[in-house]
Design a binder for this molecule. Sequence first.
Ligand SMILES: [Zn+2]
Length: 176
Amino acid sequence: MTGTLHDITGEAVALHALPPLDTLTDDQARGAVCVWDAAEPPLTAETAVDLGERPSAEGGHWFPHGCRPHAAQHTHAGDPLDIATMREAVQRLLGPAADPPGAELDLLILQLRGHLNLLISELDGCDDPRAEAGLGEARRRLSAGPGSLGPLRHATLLARSVVALCTHAERLAVTG
Ligand SMILES: [Zn+2]
């Protein structure tokens, strides 16, 4: 199996808009059918990609799922990697005045995880030893979660990985 499917996660899709909830069928809204195509057969545990918990307009939550082909397409359908936006997010944590309050920290972590997943899917298989090392580190930090480190330390490590992978992406010119 190549790394490509492996890296499709809800987080990688997180930065791209899903179809609005009120345009979906009930089966799509409850995650039984691909959010991108109501005509597809129901998803199974084998075919579904969990796109993560999303807030709904009514203040509740919904749990969209997509088929692998659509999820892959939407993971890569965005603009070329937005390195400037990524570096800006990182500055909230690593900049001279970095001290984000708790609520903002939670959002930043979500954003940084999304950035990292995108960077990982772009750099995966680049066959560059230095980038490979950075990818391994980023994956470890993503899967470790805040754990005993606490959210601020976790966010700081994610931010460092974003910086490292942005640098590799620019050096290897995968930024489109
Ligand atoms: Zn689909």
